[in-house]
Design a binder for this molecule. Structure first.
Ligand SMILES: Nc1nc2c(ncn2[C@@H]2O[C@H](COP(=O)(O)OP(=O)(O)OP(=O)(O)O)[C@@H](O)[C@H]2O)c(=O)[nH]1
Ligand SMILES: [Mg+2]
Length: 426
């Protein structure tokens, strides 16, 4: 029997976008004429971390081997106004239906629904500005450069919830994969032993000019919802399917009782989640070609035909599958579509410099730089008194004024913020 750890439908990974490279603080120098003017270039931006949905993947197996995804750091700015190189991005490919959560908070960051969909998970740090960028009409030789923005390590949880209309469930070896291979173009592995299927197989089932997607999952066993045997992790795969196709081995081979099998699987579903046990089920009684099946079919129908639609089939030959598929289609027409898991659309991890600031002392001038300053410069109009009042309010609220005091600023010292220079008055 397969090992429990062969399932990989939920993984924890470690990510980090790249740090921004520091800006350079340097001065041009010619022979005999040192320090002619500032020429320090900007640091490069750190690389981003993206997640991309890849329709050709069907499990999270690759994450068992690589669980650390770090984007490249930006390079430090150079002399001669040279920019540092940007860090390289990291692209993490996941199968369709992967739900990405923040490990610490459980926040759903995204649900990768469509092939090729790309989500920026963590943005690289901005490169710091080189000293040349702090030159103003009054300050010709700024003797400082901005540090690159730092980023942090985060942990993500990736969970696979396949995007399928119908989940095919049942005990191991009952013929779930055989059925999928008959009704769709999917070619899942089929074999006469338990747990042949270890990750979900998806197949598109065509019916006249319509189609639906069915997911064949590993076989369920008793106690799986409590973590016995292969555990219940793979039930997560089918949590968002619209209905279930429950396959029962009606031949009673392997010494099993089909009625008991059916009850046990339903008990497993109930103990795993109300969502699953509440889904509409259609029953396929498989292996009708085996001697002795007739009797069992009668018995089974007597017990369950009032509550369920039941179809005797022989998956290997395809006998009876047309009627079964027709019924599944009729039911699907009445059910709502597969939905995305709700996520925080605007989620991004914050970085050290997000609306942060730094203060450098350059001679007797206190120079405030950073994303906060960039934001203020974009939004504030120097000639407008209301706008300037807002400017001062933000400086107080964001702690710029208190930081200046901490640094020992005195009345009359100059503060430089973007285009604005003013004398500090306590
Ligand atoms: N006689 C008979 N055997 C069948 C039929 N359908 C499937 N089988 C056989 O049953 C065995 C198991 O088939 P699978 O399709 O791999 O079963 P499964 O339910 O996907 O099994 P797991 O993935 O291990 O849970 C194989 O040897 C199939 O050839 C059928 O209609 N009649
Ligand atoms: Mg199988």
């Amino acid at each position: 029997m397969a090992e429990k750890n062969l399932f990989t439908d939920k993984v924890k990974i470690k990510i980090k976008s790249g740090d921004g490279g520091d800006g350079m603080n340097s001065f041009k120098s010619f022979k005999g004429k040192p320090a002619c003017g500032p020429d320090g270039g900007d640091g490069g931006n750190g690389g981003n971390v993206y997640i991309v949905a890849d329709g050709s993947m069907n499990d999270l197996l690759s994450f068992r081997y690589t669980s650390k995804y770090f984007a490249g750091d930006g390079e430090r700015g150079g002399t001669n106004k040279c920019f540092g190189r940007s860090g390289s991005d990291v692209i993490i490919k996941v199968p369709l239906g992967t739900v990405v959560k923040d490990y610490e908070t459980g926040t759903v960051i995204c649900d990768m629904f469509a092939d090729g969909e790309k989500k920026l998970i963590a943005e690289g740090g901005r490169g710091g500005k080189g000293n040349v960028r702090f030159t103003t009409a009054r300050r010709h030789a700024p003797n400082f450069a901005q540090k690159g923005e730092k980023t942090e390590v985060h942990f993500l949880v990736l969970e696979l919830k396949v995007i399928a209309d119908v989940g095919i469930i049942g005990f191991p070896n009952v013929g779930k994969s055989t059925l999928l291979s008959k009704i769709s173009a999917a070619r899942p592995k089929i074999a006469n032993y338990h747990f042949t299927t270890l990750s979900p197989n998806l197949g598109v089932v065509k019916y006249y000019d319509e189609s639906f997607v069915a997911a064949d999952i590993p076989g369920l066993i008793e106690g799986a919802a409590d973590g016995a045997g292969l555990g219940h992790d793979f039930l997560r795969h089918i949590e968002r399917t619209r209905m279930l196709l429950h396959v029962v081995d009606i031949s009673g081979c392997e010494g099993r009782d089909p009625v008991e099998d059916f009850k046990k699987i339903n008990a497993e579903l109930s103990s795993y989640s109300r969502v699953l046990s509440g889904l509409t089920q259609v029953i396929a009684l498989n292996k009708c070609d085996v001697y002795g099946a007739e009797e069992n079919i009668k018995e089974f129908k007597k017990k369950f035909s009032r509550k369920y639609k039941i179809f005797p089939i022989t998956a290997v030959s395809g006998e009876g599958t047309d009627k079964l598929i027709g019924c599944v289609f009729e039911i699907l027409k009445t059910l709502p579509p597969v939905r995305r898991v709700e996520s925080d659309e605007h989620f991004t991890y914050t970085k050290s410099g997000d609306l942060g600031f730094e203060i450098y002392v350059d001679g007797d001038v206190y120079v405030v730089v950073g994303a906060l300053v960039d934001m203020l410069c974009r939004n504030v109009s120097l000639d407008d008194p209301d706008s300037m009042a807002y400017f001062q309010k933000i400086l107080r609220e964001k702690g710029v004024i208190s930081k200046l005091r901490q640094m020992g600023i005195k009345d009359g010292d100059t503060v430089s913020i973007g285009e604005v220079e003013f004398d500090f008055v306590n």
